[in-house]
Design a protein around this ligand. Structure first.
Ligand code: G4P
Length: 191
């Protein structure tokens, strides 16, 4: 997505070879007009997968997911990162390890918000190691639904997430795939 890549080049900042700061338009301040274009791009890319529900992970996935859901006119569900204190049959939970934060957390979903047989399009802001996306897929499948596709706004293609998810058979794509970066330079993968 050209507008997104240009924005990353203009306002993104690679602090080192691993971490890209995009807080002026994606995950702190949000450029709503850019998110509308992001939603349209995801809708176009995944319409043929025929999703009937959009799922995201709190917090930074919410903006792109809302726009995708609006564009496809679908309901949207947010997976929570806190453990539920009321463990019951109504809840599915899975542990996810965040390499960035070096800590595990419990991804949580109330079953009532995903139905058996749903086709879910998972949308998130970053795809890095893929642990959050894999955890989300586990929950979606435990709830009896199918993962129809996975869309990340930005994928750091030099980290293992994209390949891990593809190896498990998921249809994964990103609107900007970063091949390589270092302080002050960002290179996209055009494939
Ligand atoms: P993974 O999910 O792909 O395995 O990655 P990891 O655990 O390492 O990433 C966890 C968090 O770090 C996620 O946000 C993810 O969006 C964010 N992240 C990963 N790489 C980058 C990066 O290069 N730049 C920025 N800005 N964030 C990155 P989170 O903890 O879930 O935060 P939030 O969604 O609540 O904001």
């Amino acid at each position: 997505m050209e507008a997104l890549k240009q924005r990353i080049l203009r306002d993104g900042r690679a602090v080192n070879e691993q971490i890209l700061i995009v807080d002026s338009f994606l995950n702190h301040q949000v450029d709503v007009e850019l998110m509308r274009l992001v939603g349209e791009a995801f809708a176009e890319r995944f319409a043929q997968a025929k999703p009937n529900r959009i799922v995201t992970i709190e917090a930074s996935g919410i903006a792109p997911a809302v726009m995708t859901a609006q564009c496809l006119r679908l309901p949207m569900v947010i997976l929570k990162k806190s453990a539920s204190r009321v463990l019951s049959d109504d809840i599915v939970q899975t542990e996810v390890f965040s390499f960035t934060k070096n800590a595990p957390y419990q991804l949580t979903l109330k079953r009532q918000f995903i139905e058996n047989g749903d086709r879910v399009l998972l949308i998130d802001d970053f795809l890095a190691n893929g642990e959050a996306a894999l955890g989300a897929c586990r929950l979606i499948e435990q709830a009896g639904a199918t993962v129809a596709g996975i869309g990340a706004v930005i994928c750091k293609a030099f980290q293992p997430g994209l390949q891990k998810l593809r190896d498990q058979g998921y249809d994964v794509d990103a609107l900007a795939k970063i091949r390589k970066m270092s302080e002050g330079t960002i290179e996209f993968d055009e494939a």
